[in-house]
Write a protein that binds this ligand. Structure first.
Ligand code: FES
Ligand SMILES: [Fe+2]
Length: 453
């Protein structure tokens, strides 16, 4: 998975997106396509490697694995997060595994070579038995990997020429900053092994079109005015509360129970009879109350109505290629998708919420990986997971050739696939960055865009 040195001319991409609202099925299982992603996409993209609360103190480290690469992210003495390729410069043993705390730098478990938190080699046992050219200063330090922090996370990039993280993540980074995502902390962390391609897995979550069929319990009467024009504010409020409870069930940060309780406290609210006005009063009152109550508790909480006024009260934020944040009222969920094989994905879900500023939180413990049909999954992800393996199987049907996307509602899927193609074609960063800015947005109900490739 080395970063190839190449001239920037467009390389042919097999199974490329030729018609923007059609996705060739081979992109989800063809081994050569998967290999191209491994060689040309993953070594160049910024990847969410760990949450910063996993490495609170100097010496704390977290291993991040992507494909055949292992990277260690460590908190250095100066408080910064650093990353290194997790391979001893002697004979390649991984210097750490999993998570933990280094008492005095890294010590390789094989022959005891040592490295500081800055990656510098500090000890070679039986040094005189090596020839000089194998111990050149600098050449025996841990190999540094680009590492930057944002949004409560450490991010890594294996490409030394990649743009800075913020340039790469805009405009969604500024929107999530307004949401104060850096103040969110882990409440729980789950993981699922899905028998599906990593792109297929994430596509179960980035459109709204599936919601009524996949999650029938969310079809609630009275949430929207009927065609006959009948609207009862009391039925509307009851439906809103039921919706929030269903979204919250087992999912914590999706709609946090504390916010459901705040909403329930507004059940007796007087609303106008006119539907739009009633919805507006309800939403603004709930936003205001959630903001006020969380601020009273000492949480670093954005003003949700101010976000609404700026047009950024959106329930989902996409960070190309594999990370999503779903802010809802006080809290949020976050998803990360990693390929384990052409037809296997590790999906992680974080429930994130707010705690009084300065509260000490325990280091999050990496989750046990559950199967997609594990009974412990809350209802909504269980429903989403039930479709994914069926879809991966269905794609293989001889008579099925491409997905046909809704040009208006499923455009995000086309858009981010075409950005992947731009990576596989080897386009230079100055062409990739504007394209990424088109997809690092709120992905729901986005149309197919002209990305100018
Ligand atoms: S492989 Fe690390 S000290 Fe030998
Ligand atoms: Fe869903």
């Amino acid at each position: 998975m080395a970063v190839a040195q190449r001239k920037w001319s467009a390389l042919p991409v097999p199974f490329a997106i030729e018609v923007p609202d059609r996705v060739p099925k081979e992109r989800y299982y063809d081994p050569a396509f998967y290999r191209m992603e491994a060689d040309l996409l993953w070594p160049r993209v910024w990847q969410m490697a760990c949450r910063l609360e996993e490495i609170p103190e100097p010496g704390d480290f977290a291993e991040y694995e992507i494909l055949d690469q292992s990277i260690v992210v460590v908190r250095a003495e100066d408080g910064s997060a650093r990353a290194y390729q997790n391979a001893c410069r002697h004979r390649g043993v991984k210097v750490v595994e999993g998570r933990g705390t280094l008492e005095s730098g890294f010590t390789c478990p094989f022959h005891g070579w040592c490295y500081g938190l800055d990656g510098a080699n500090t000890f070679v046992s039986q040094r005189r038995t090596f020839s000089e050219h194998n111990l050149e200063p600098g050449d025996i330090d841990l190999t540094a990997v680009r590492c930057e922090t944002w949004g409560g996370c450490a991010w890594i990039n294996l490409d030394d020429d990649a743009p800075p993280l913020r340039d790469y993540l805009e405009p969604i980074a500024s929107i999530l900053d307004a949401w104060k995502v850096e103040s969110l902390r882990t409440e729980w962390w789950y993981a699922c092994r899905l028998p599906a391609n990593w792109k297929l897995a994430q596509e179960a979550f980035v459109e709204q079109y599936h919601v009524l069929e996949t999650h029938p319990q969310l079809r609630l009467p009275g949430r929207y005015p009927s065609r006959q024009g009948s609207f009862d504010p009391k039925v509307f409020v009851e439906s809103e509360l039921e919706y929030l409870r269903l979204m919250s069930e087992g999912m914590a940060g999706m709609v946090h129970a504390s916010d459901v309780r705040i909403a329930e406290g507004l059940a007796g609210i007087e609303l106008p009879d006119e539907p739009r006005a009633a919805m507006d009063v309800w939403n603004r009152t709930l936003n205001h109350e959630v903001t006020r109550r969380h601020r009273e508790l000492g949480h670093d909480m954005p003003d949700i109505n101010a976000l609404q006024d700026q047009g950024i009260n959106e329930p989902m934020a996409y960070c190309f290629p594999h990370y999503l944040v779903l802010p809802m009222y006080s809290s949020a969920s976050a998803y990360r998708f990693r390929p384990l094989g052409p037809e296997e994905t590790l999906m992680e879900i974080w429930s994130l919420t707010r705690f009084p500023v300065g509260t000490e939180r325990p280091r999050p413990v990496p989750p046990e990986v559950w199967a997609n049909d594990d009974e412990r999954w809350p209802p909504i992800p269980a429903q989403d997971f039930s479709n994914v393996p069926r879809q991966q199987k269905g794609l293989h049907a001889n008579g099925f050739h491409y997905m046909r996307l809704s040009e208006k509602n499923e455009g995000h899927i086309s858009n981010y696939h075409r950005v992947i193609d731009a990576f596989l074609a080897g386009l230079p960063w100055e062409r990739l960055v504007p394209a990424m800015r088109s997809v690092n947005v709120h992905p729901l109900e986005v149309p197919v865009l002209d990305l100018e490739f």
